[in-house]
Design a protein around this ligand. Structure first.
Ligand code: SAH
Length: 402
């Protein structure tokens, strides 16, 4: 596709593009030449007229354009898009040994801003989260099918990001046939059921794969070191990913809490699928449940806190920080000496340093001694493009009470 318009930036606003940051904010644009349609490819020029990038135009978004390429000789056509999709899929090939549920394309990180493609066994699930990739949907679907040889693609373009682009939500079969109600996937030898139509995100929290494996290993280690049966607690358990991993690691009793009955129903099925019978599933609000467990004098050797995004933007950081601190504080008071706490935040607006400060505050208030053993992040199929720090979202800390 050739460019149908041009964006000319204000003086000085070319700097972030020279550093290959992929976003152009509305405030950086001096003028729009031509009449580009939403999602159309435009040439981006500096105030002096120099070429900076090819980008997808988003007239309704504060991110007014997202860059495809910084190379003037590129042509953003179906073949170009297919090459990017193929490269992203190939980069994930080594991860197939870990799981058949993988994120194959992760938007900006893979040079396809706003395009998400996940694979669950032979089912593909896509999200078009920006005007540019929405306008290129057929080419991207063709490319994904060619790169994976899968036939069935389901669309879950129902995220809030899409609204900010002025695009209506869109869900349903994009290619092939209707997916089954639950798709079975395998992750590090454990089996999980995924509902790609109604589940969160595209059905499953693929990003937590390495941390579920870590948790399983921690349970094995703690059992060996403590020399007794372990009790584990998984808060915001969703469909039981961490719960099943904890039990697989040898936790004798696993208490899991989520407010969603639908999620707990899938979680129970997941435990059964893995032949596990030592789970206690509780439908409750975690904030209340943690206090109730404390009042009941309970304690746990391993606790996972993986809440939903508390801060959806920078405006909500203070309130979110209080919520992260509250649950971390209450979890620390339930943690047995020698026990492990894994506490996560998937709020992009809360950076890793701030999150560590919040958790440190919880440790101080809980009057426990704790060491941080590791900082945790999403799996390698959710990479961070080094020129796009905004792409960092999932962060976690592994603490041990001493
Ligand atoms: N750890 C999970 C993903 C967690 S998603 C995994 O690895 O798969 C966050 C979950 O928190 C959702 O299932 C949602 O239903 C639940 N949730 C949100 N607010 C809650 C609250 N206040 N109390 C209990 N559960 C809550």
């Amino acid at each position: 596709m050739s460019a149908t318009g041009e964006l000319v930036l204000k003086p000085g606003k070319e700097r972030s593009l020279v550093r290959r940051h992929p976003w152009i904010y509305d405030t950086a644009v001096a003028k729009v030449q031509g009449k580009p349609a939403p999602g159309a490819t435009v040439a981006v020029r500096g105030a002096g007229g120099e070429f900076l990038a090819w980008a997808a135009y988003s007239p309704q978004s504060t991110i007014r354009a997202r860059c495809w390429s910084f190379s003037e000789s590129d042509r953003i056509d179906a073949a170009w898009l297919a090459a990017r999709v193929e490269a992203a899929v190939q980069r994930r090939a080594p991860l197939a040994a870990e799981s058949n549920a993988l994120r194959l394309v992760f938007g900006e990180a893979d040079g396809l801003p706003g395009f998400i493609a996940d694979r669950y066994a032979d089912q593909l699930v896509v999200q078009f989260q920006a005007a540019g990739v929405d306008a290129q949907r057929e080419a991207l679907l063709d490319a994904l099918i060619a790169a994976t040889r899968c036939k069935d693609v389901y669309e879950r373009s129902d995220s809030a990001t899409r609204q900010r682009e002025g695009l209506a939500a869109s869900s349903g079969v994009a290619r092939g046939t209707e997916p089954p109600a639950r798709i079975e996937i395998a992750e590090h030898g454990l089996r999980f059921l995924v509902d790609v139509r109604r589940g969160h995100k595209t059905g499953y929290y693929i990003d937590q794969r390495p941390n579920r494996l870590l948790t399983r290993g921690l349970a094995e280690r703690a059992r060996a070191v403590l020399g007794r049966d372990l009790r584990a607690l998984n808060c915001f358990c969703y469909t039981g990913g961490f719960s099943v991993a904890l039990a697989a690691g040898g936790a004798r009793a696993v208490v899991s809490i989520d407010s969603s009955h639908d999620a707990l129903e899938v979680a129970r099925a997941n435990a059964a699928l893995n032949g596990q019978a030592n789970h206690d599933w509780r439908a409750a609000d975690v904030f209340d449940a943690l206090r109730a467990l404390r009042d009941a004098g309970e304690s746990f050797d391993l606790i996972v806190l993986d809440p939903p995004k508390f801060a959806s933007s920078h405006h909500h950081v203070d309130r979110a920080a209080r919520a992260y601190k509250d649950i971390s504080f209450n979890a620390l008071r339930l943690l047995a000496p020698g026990g492990y706490l894994l506490t996560f935040s998937c709020s992009g607006a809360i950076g890793v340093d701030l999150f560590q400060k919040i958790v440190a505050g919880a440790v101080i208030d809980a009057r426990v001694d704790a060491q941080m053993l590791a900082r945790l992040a999403a799996g390698a199929d959710h990479p961070l493009l080094m020129t796009h720090p905004e792409g960092e979202y999932l962060k976690g800390l592994l603490l041990q009470r001493i």
